[in-house]
Design a protein around this ligand. Structure first.
Ligand SMILES: [Mn+2]
Length: 482
């Protein structure tokens, strides 16, 4: 932006080679020859945003073929769920625009199911997948039509015909035609998702939710999805490292939250995947502490649970560290125990096919209780596993894991008591929480709250930690301050 010396301001003379397409990415990825003559759509394309969408992809990270395979697999699952029905019609609404205050929208995030199945990025749209159970289903997209007055404010819309070209759905129409399409559709088993899209809700009174089918699909990630999730995790890890390094006694939680978000966004994340928890000292014992408005005392640790979202895929990482760069002996005792628990859970994941997430949770509770017995925090007389698990649970009120994907708590209908499978991404997040008011434990441990959380891809060769780039061991964390 600042390197073209011949550009003068106030319209006097612009260098002949400068253009509105001049951007900081052109040194990384040359813009195509057609440059500015390419029509901008309502979402990035390989032509207009080559730094986001690679050749052969229709949306960042994914090809139209992959999206089409997802739709076919989704339809096949619906047919399997209701084999007696000859025809099926599934209506998948997009997210709608939500307003913060008069005419001021919240920044838009597409509905995950809708985007997973078709990749369309605009609000107020509907995807319909329909057909006979013995045939390949057809996909019809209903999207906002071109409207110069609206596009003046909100930017270009893709419109029906270009949506077909870009996303390779079978047909597309203006969204005002969806009602006619659905009401004139022959008798079929109807599937939909509960939504705040009134149009779709009143048309589909007899429909059944398709959530189970879509979540079954989304639970197992493709290699393209893993690529995006790996990049999201890398962004998170690099940003966490920068945030840890920049912390110091009396740092404000809000400064660390801002630092983290800044580091994520300059690395390409569109937003954070969830409001981060940045909790100094005893506040780490409030599991969903998101106020982040306090100052962290010199000898306190900070617990930070945060993740970048990249191309609608989440990462979710937690680290706990002393803001002065050196663990006290009490912090060290508990941190080392937690690190060991984390390590043992990761070892179990080498045989993930024999375990469920609930099994891992029970393991965590037992390991925490045994470790805390050694520290004189849990009653040494407890010996039965059931008693110990119960005692451990008192120090970690949350689960040790959830599935991760486009949503942070991804595919929530998939039970945590099902055996783990290749292709899943799960978090591993043991924690130990000792609120200051817990008068039953030795004074030096009161007010400590710790969690270590990583994102783990389960592969044929065992667990692969997507968030490995962020140091986890006590020594490595202290090393970040040297
Ligand atoms: Mn988590």
């Amino acid at each position: 932006m600042f390197r073209r010396a011949s550009v003068r301001l106030f319209g006097r003379r612009l260098s002949s080679s400068s253009s509105v397409c001049d951007n900081p990415f052109d040194r990384l990825t040359p813009l195509p020859k057609t440059g500015c003559s390419v029509v901008a759509l309502g979402q990035p394309t390989a032509e207009t945003h080559p730094h986001l969408v690679r050749d052969k992809q229709c949306i960042p990270g994914f090809t139209a073929e992959e999206l089409s395979k997802r739709r076919n697999a989704f339809f096949a699952l619906l047919c399997k769920l209701e084999p007696s029905a000859e025809r099926h019609i599934a209506v998948i609404p997009s997210a709608t625009k939500v307003f913060m205050t008069e005419k001021i929208p919240f920044s838009f995030r597409q509905n995950s199911n809708f985007y997973y199945l078709c990749g369309f990025s605009e609000p107020n749209s509907v995807l319909v997948i329909h057909g006979h159970k013995k045939e390949t289903p057809r996909s019809v997209l209903f999207v906002p039509k071109h409207d110069p007055a609206n596009e003046l404010w909100d930017g270009p819309r893709t419109g029906p015909s270009r949506a077909v070209n870009l996303l390779k759905v079978d047909e597309a129409y203006g969204v005002d035609e969806v009602e006619k399409f659905i009401s004139s559709y022959p008798t079929a088993k109807q599937w939909s998702q509960r939504t705040n899209f009134p149009l779709v809700d009143h048309l589909l009174k007899d429909s059944e939710p398709f959530d189970l089918a879509i979540q079954k699909l989304r639970l197992i990630k493709s290699s393209a999805e893993i690529d995006v999730m790996q990049r999201a995790a890398d962004i998170t890890c690099e940003s966490l490292v920068e945030t840890i390094r920049s912390s110091h006694p009396f740092v404000l939680e809000s400064q660390m939250a801002a630092k983290f978000e800044f580091e994520c966004r300059i690395r390409g994340a569109e937003r954070l995947a969830y409001p981060p928890v940045v909790a100094g000292g005893d506040r780490a014992n409030i599991i969903h502490y998101i106020a982040s408005n306090q100052c962290v005392m010199a000898n306190d640790m900070v617990l930070m649970d945060a993740g970048a979202e990249l191309h609608l895929y989440a990462s979710d990482v937690t680290r706990t560290w002393p803001v002065n760069g050196k663990f006290t002996q009490a912090q060290r005792d508990v941190y080392q125990l937690l690190e060991e628990v984390h390590g043992k859970l990761m070892l179990s994941l080498y045989q993930f096919e024999y375990y469920t997430l609930d099994d891992l949770f029970e393991q965590m509770c037992l390991l925490i209780a045994r470790g805390l017995q050694e520290l004189g925090i849990v009653d040494p007389k407890l010996t039965s596993e059931a008693e110990l698990r119960q005692a451990g649970y008192q120090f970690c009120p949350h689960h040790v894991s959830h599935y991760l994907g486009m949503d942070v708590h991804d595919t929530p209908l998939m039970p945590r008591r099902m055996k783990l499978q290749k292709g899943m991404v799960v978090t591993v997040e043991p924690g130990i929480y000792i609120p200051r008011k817990n008068a039953k434990v030795p004074m030096r441990y009161r007010g400590l709250g710790l969690r270590i959380e990583d994102d783990v891809h389960l592969t044929r060769d065992g667990p692969r930690i997507l968030s490995a780039k962020c140091p986890r061991s006590l020594l490595d964390i202290e090393g970040l301050f040297k």
